[in-house]
Design a protein around this ligand. Structure first.
Ligand SMILES: Nc1ncnc2c1ncn2[C@@H]1O[C@H](COP(=O)(O)OP(=O)(O)OP(=O)(O)O)[C@@H](O)[C@H]1O
Ligand SMILES: Nc1ncnc2c1ncn2[C@@H]1O[C@H](COP(=O)(O)OP(=O)(O)OP(=O)(O)O)[C@@H](O)[C@H]1O
Ligand SMILES: [Mg+2]
Ligand SMILES: [Mg+2]
Lengths: 261, 261
């Protein structure tokens, strides 16, 4: 059964989608894994980032989550991409309304987990791109997940949110999902020129989260944004770029971490 | 009575807070305006960005919004900063729960507007830093606003959200706030080195939003992030930086636009 990884933080613009898309692609392309990339963000940026490689979808995740019968599976709305081994859920503007509608549902936090019961048996990895908040959709992502990856750019505003997120994960672990584990904090958009700021943030992170910081970091690399402009993953746009290499390293780290546990 | 400006977009990390803080400061410092900077984001990043210059607050915005009597004013929770003419609302973790609690309130979209009735008479400008979503808090911001500033970094993902946001603003204008107007799209975090991507995004923006793009752009400038690390506005950290100059130009543009209308 699949390892489910939520890529989550309430801080906006730190590379949740960029990480979800390129990590999922690296797992499929270089480790032969069957991967499902699930977009829980109403912005639908997974579909925009892979626009040139995605097959048209049918329905949306919100249909599955809001279905009263409880019989629906995420598998019902999954669609393939040109990337061998990678499937995704299509962009779904209905997720915006779902966030509000879930508020009054009994057992609202378990809807995604339950809709993955069968789907999990079809894949090696399920990656969940979360929206920039800790609302009902993100909580569903955390309850369904085995591991959480926390992207964080080297900035005081991104760092200030990590504590709140870790507290939320602990609450989810205590009451809703005892299996959940933090895979680690992934430093993203690291700009080598900002040495002063990087050093200050590194120090603060090491002091508070030391061993949770992943050994792989993602530097600022314009190829990653250019690939998105073309609607392609980094490996079909610029496989020799720094971003491509660093996300391959991250995939390697994840596979090792999962095999080891 | 004050001009109320909402700084809003559901795209994360495009500089909503950086713009709110430094624009508010430039209006107070260089145009002698009385400015209130209101933080509608549960992340509470206005307080983090001005941490070294903010006086301790009393209570939070959520107390005002959730108050049943309807008698409370935002003024009740406002606190001063060291910046002459600039007051802010303190960070308020209670806003996270407020987002959900508002869902079932009658007239939920007008709560902030109504709590600004008297507060508006005390200031020349009220700036609202919105969270990265289009939920109840952001809608409250749009309903209370006279103008909306849409920060957008030069990226396909940020650009893909502008259409949805403009549709939402039009719906707000149609049913809830006929006065609302889009001040414009502010290009932020522009990195001169990414000429290919910048040209592609410029072309797309000009084609779709042409005259809505503001004449001022904010380039990538590490002083802006470093100022936040120190908990200070850009004018007390590095007044000669590019970021400081560009936000002054933005303040100038806003003052002209308001006086002209
Ligand atoms: N390592 C990187 N180098 C250069 N650009 C990057 C990098 N990582 C992300 N970006 C760019 O930064 C912007 C933010 O990234 P992304 O949209 O993936 O973040 P996010 O956390 O998913 O945002 P949101 O909170 O809106 O969901 C995008 O325009 C993306 O192209
Ligand atoms: N012009 C700029 N140059 C360099 N860094 C910038 C610039 N504008 C913003 N930043 C940095 O980019 C990050 C994102 O900016 P900011 O937090 O203001 O965006 P936001 O839209 O408010 O994010 P959120 O969606 O989480 O509220 C911050 O770390 C900030 O310091
Ligand atoms: Mg995203
Ligand atoms: Mg912000």
């Amino acid at each position: 059964t699949a390892t489910v990884l939520a890529i989550a933080t309430q801080k906006g613009g730190v590379g949740k989608t960029t990480t979800s898309v390129n990590l999922a692609s690296a797992l499929a392309r270089y480790h032969g894994k069957k991967v499902l990339l699930l977009d829980l963000d109403p912005q639908g940026h997974v579909a925009r980032a892979l626009q040139a490689q995605i097959n048209p979808g049918k329905g949306g995740l919100s249909d599955v989550l809001l279905d009263e019968s409880g019989e629906r599976e995420v598998l019902d709305v999954v669609t393939r991409t040109e990337i061998p081994g990678l499937s995704v859920t299509p962009a779904d503007p209905g997720l915006r309304v779902t966030e509000d509608l879930l508020t009054s549902r009994i057992g609202k936090e378990f809807l995604l987990r339950d809709a993955l019961k069968v789907t999990r048996t079809w894949y090696d990895f399920i990656l969940i791109d979360c929206p920039p908040n800790l609302g009902n959709l993100s909580i569903n992502g955390l309850v369904a997940a085995d591991q959480v990856l926390i992207p964080c750019d080297p900035s005081p505003l991104a760092l200030s949110g990590v504590e709140g997120l870790v507290n939320t994960i602990e609450q989810v672990a205590g009451r809703l999902n005892p299996e959940i584990d933090v895979l680690g904090i992934l430093l993203t958009r690291v700009d080598g020129r900002n040495s002063k700021l990087n050093a200050a943030v590194d120090q603060e992170i090491a002091g508070r989260w030391g061993d949770a910081v992943l050994p792989v970091r993602i530097g600022v690399n314009s190829s990653l944004a250019q690939a998105q402009q073309e609607g392609r993953d980094i490996y079909s746009f610029d496989p020799d770029s720094r971003g491509a290499r660093q996300y391959r390293d991250l995939a390697e780290h994840l596979v090792q971490a999962v095999q080891g546990s």
